[in-house]
Design a protein around this ligand. Structure first.
Ligand code: ARG
Length: 579
C-alpha cells in the first residue's frame, strides 16, 4: 500500500467520524513541492469547509487531531491558508525502504479482484510494412500490457490485423491486372508488395472500373473463393513474419498467438447483420444495411454502414462482431483500444451499436485510448524526404546506428559485439522512451536531437543514472548489504528523504497509469527519480562516510537501481549494465 492511499483512507475514516459523507473528494492528498512544508499535503480544506458551512480552521484542526496518530506520521502543521502539511516518520520510511530490497516487484500490491482486460493494439494492415504510424499503438499498447499484467490483471493481447477489407482486395485486384499470380516471387516479398499496394491504391483512387472490380473481388474473397483465399493466406504469412521481426527488435511482447485479425470474425458477420436487423437497429436502403445514430437530430445524424449493396462486410461489422466475441467467449470485463485519434467518432459509433444490440452488459467498459500523431519539425506527418511513409524498421536501425556512433566516440576500445548489443538496447529504447514520454493523446514532433539528448527526459539520461549507481555498487560486496540484518538505518539529509519518498510513490503512479492508460507518467517519474538520485549522489558521500551512514546509503542505492530497472521494464525497455 502506498503513502497516498494510507493517508487518504485514514482521511475518509476521519471525515466519517465528523459526519461528513458528501463532497469528500474535494480534499486532495499529494506530495508537497518543497520539503520544508512537509512531505505530503492535504489541499481543499477551505473549499470543503465552505460547502458544509463550518469554519475552515475548525475543520483543519479536527482533521489534524485525529490524523496525527497515524503510524506513518511524525508531525502535522496547518498553514494559515488551511493546508495540512504532513511530515512522515523517518523510521517508517527507512523500514519501508528496507522491505523493497528483496522484492522483485518492489512490494507493489496486486489488484484484489481478477479482471480480464482485452488490449487491442498495434493492428497493422497486411501486405504492408509497418511504418512510423504504428509506433505509438504498438509501444503504448505493449507498455499497458506489461503494467496491467504486473498489477495482476489477466490481460488478453489482441493484434487486430487488417486482413479482410478493401485494402487487401485493392492489392489482389491490381496484382491480377499486372499479371502477377500466386506463384510469383512478388507474393512472398513484403517490400515489393508494399510498393505495389501504393500503386494499386492510387489507381483505385482514380479509376471507377477498377473500384467495381475491387468490390467484386472482395465479395469473392469473403465468400470463400479458393484462389483468392490461397493468395490471402500467403500474403498474411509473409506480412506477419515480417512484422514479428519488427516486434522482436522493438522488444514488444506480441507474438503469433496474439494475431486475431479481422478475418477471424468472418463467420459471425452474417448473423450480426441479421441480428441487428431483427432488433430494429439497422435500416436497409437499396440493400445497404446502415445503422442511423443520433436519429433525433435530423441534420446531424450519422450512420454506420455494416453491409454494402453487393453483400460485402466492412471494418465496422467486424469490430461489432469482435466486441461480442470478446465479451461472450473471452469473458472480457473491459476492452481498451490503442488507436489513433482519427478513429474517435468511429469507435463511439461502434460502441453505441454494440450497446444498443445488448452484446455487452451496461457495466462493460469499452475504452478508446486515443493516440496523437508523430510529426516532423514543420508539424506535418513525419515522412521521408521523398514524401513516403517512414518504415519502422528503418527508423529503429537509424537510431541504433546513431547511438553506436556516440558510444564508439566515448569508448573507442569497445568490442564490436558489445557495441552492437548496447546500441541496440539504447537505440531502440531511445525511440520507445521518447514516444512513451509524450502524453498519448497529443501529437509530438520527432527530433533526433531530443531523442538522443544526454540531459533531458530521455532514456540515455535514465540509463546513465543506472550505470552510475551500478558502478558504485560494483566496488562493494553487495550481498553483505543486501541481506544484512542491519536494523538502524540512518537517513538524515533532505536529499535522502526526498529520494526515498519518491521511490515509495511508484505504486501510486502505476495505479494511476492503469486507470487512464498514460505511461508518460512513468517516464516523468523516472526522470524525477534520476534527478533526485543525482542530487543525492552529488551531496552525500557514500563510500567515504562512516559505517552507519554508509550502510543506509548503499541500501538507498540498491533500491534506486532496482526501481529504475523495474520501471523501465514496465515500459518494455531493458537496462544496460556498465559499459
Ligand atoms: N488496422 C486498423 C488501422 O490500421 C487499426 C485497427 C484498430 N483496431 C480495431 N479493432 N479497429 O487503422
Amino acid at each position: 500500500m502506498n503513502i497516498n492511499t494510507i493517508i487518504s483512507m485514514k482521511l475518509k475514516q476521519i471525515l466519517l467520524t465528523l459526519n461528513i459523507k458528501k463532497n469528500t473528494n474535494v480534499l486532495v492528498v499529494k506530495t508537497t513541492k518543497h520539503n520544508k512544508f512537509g512531505h505530503y499535503q492535504i489541499n481543499g480544506i477551505t473549499s470543503l469547509a465552505n460547502i458544509i458551512n463550518i469554519k475552515p480552521t475548525i475543520l483543519a484542526e479536527n482533521i489534524k487531531n485525529q490524523l496525527k496518530s497515524l503510524y506513518i506520521i511524525d508531525k502535522i502543521n496547518i498553514t494559515n491558508t488551511n493546508f495540512i502539511n504532513i511530515f512522515l516518520k523517518i523510521s517508517w520510511l527507512s523500514c519501508s525502504l528496507k522491505k523493497l530490497i528483496n522484492s522483485s516487484r518492489l512490494n507493489i500490491s496486486k489488484i484484489q479482484k481478477l479482471e480480464n482486460i482485452v488490449i487491442d493494439y498495434s493492428s497493422p494492415n497486411i501486405a504492408k510494412e509497418m511504418h512510423v504510424g504504428h509506433l505509438r499503438s504498438t509501444i503504448i499498447g505493449d507498455s499497458m500490457v506489461r503494467i496491467l499484467s504486473f498489477l495482476g490483471y489477466n490481460v488478453i493481447k489482441i493484434n487486430h490485423i487488417g486482413d479482410w477489407g478493401i485494402p487487401f482486395s485493392i492489392l489482389i485486384t491490381y496484382l491480377e491486372k499486372i499479371n502477377i499470380n500466386i506463384n510469383s516471387k512478388v507474393i512472398s516479398n513484403i517490400q515489393l508488395l508494399d510498393k505495389l499496394y501504393k500503386r494499386a491504391k492510387s489507381y483505385y483512387d482514380t479509376n471507377n472500373n477498377f473500384v467495381d472490380q475491387v468490390n467484386l473481388n472482395l465479395l469473392k474473397l469473403q465468400n470463400g473463393d479458393i484462389y483468392y483465399n490461397k493468395i490471402w493466406c500467403k500474403i498474411v504469412n509473409v506480412t506477419t513474419k515480417n512484422n514479428q521481426y519488427v516486434y522482436n527488435l522493438l522488444n514488444v511482447t506480441l507474438d503469433n498467438i496474439d494475431n486475431v485479425g479481422e478475418s477471424f470474425y468472418k463467420n459471425m458477420l452474417l448473423d450480426i447483420v441479421n441480428d441487428l436487423k431483427n432488433k430494429g437497429i439497422t435500416v436497409n436502403k437499396n440493400y445497404l444495411s446502415l445503422v442511423i445514430i443520433n436519429n433525433n437530430k435530423k441534420d446531424n445524424s450519422t450512420h454506420v454502414i455494416i453491409r454494402k449493396e453487393n453483400g460485402t462486410y466492412l471494418y465496422s461489422t467486424i469490430d461489432i462482431a469482435s466486441i461480442k466475441y470478446r465479451y461472450e467467449i473471452l469473458k472480457a470485463d473491459k476492452i481498451i483500444y490503442y488507436v489513433d485519434s482519427r478513429q474517435q467518432s468511429y469507435f463511439k459509433n461502434i460502441f453505441f451499436i454494440a450497446r444498443a444490440a445488448n452484446y455487452i452488459p451496461k457495466s462493460f467498459k469499452l475504452e478508446h485510448h486515443i493516440l496523437g500523431m508523430v510529426l516532423d519539425k514543420d508539424n506535418k506527418p513525419f515522412k521521408t524526404r521523398e514524401g513516403n511513409t517512414i518504415k519502422l524498421i528503418d527508423l529503429l536501425n537509424e537510431s541504433i546506428k546513431r547511438v553506436s556512433i556516440i558510444i564508439k566516440n566515448k569508448y573507442p576500445k569497445i568490442s564490436n559485439e558489445k557495441l552492437y548489443r548496447i546500441s541496440k538496447v539504447l537505440g531502440v529504447g531511445a525511440i520507445k522512451y521518447f514516444d512513451l514520454s509524450r502524453n498519448r493523446s497529443s501529437n509530438y514532433v520527432f527530433s533526433w536531437d531530443k531523442i538522443l539528448n544526454l540531459r533531458g527526459n530521455t532514456v540515455i539520461y535514465i540509463q546513465y543514472a543506472y550505470i552510475r549507481i551500478n558502478s558504485i555498487l560494483k566496488k562493494i560486496d553487495i550481498k553483505q548489504y543486501k541481506y544484512s540484518n542491519y536494523k538502524n538505518y540512518y537517513f538524515g539529509t533532505n536529499e535522502e528523504i526526498l529520494l526515498i519518498i519518491h521511490i515509495l510513490r511508484l505504486e501510486e503512479i502505476i495505479n494511476n497509469i492503469s486507470k487512464y492508460g498514460t505511461p508518460h507518467l512513468l517516464c516523468d517519474y523516472l526522470y524525477n527519480l534520476a534527478n533526485l538520485f543525482s542530487n543525492f549522489y552529488e551531496n552525500c558521500h557514500i563510500l567515504k562516510s562512516d559505517k552507519k551512514i554508509r550502510v543506509s546509503r548503499i541500501l538507498l542505492l540498491l533500491v534506486t537501481s532496482l526501481t529504475i530497472k523495474v520501471s523501465l521494464s514496465l515500459l518494455g525497455i531493458d537496462v544496460v549494465d556498465i559499459i
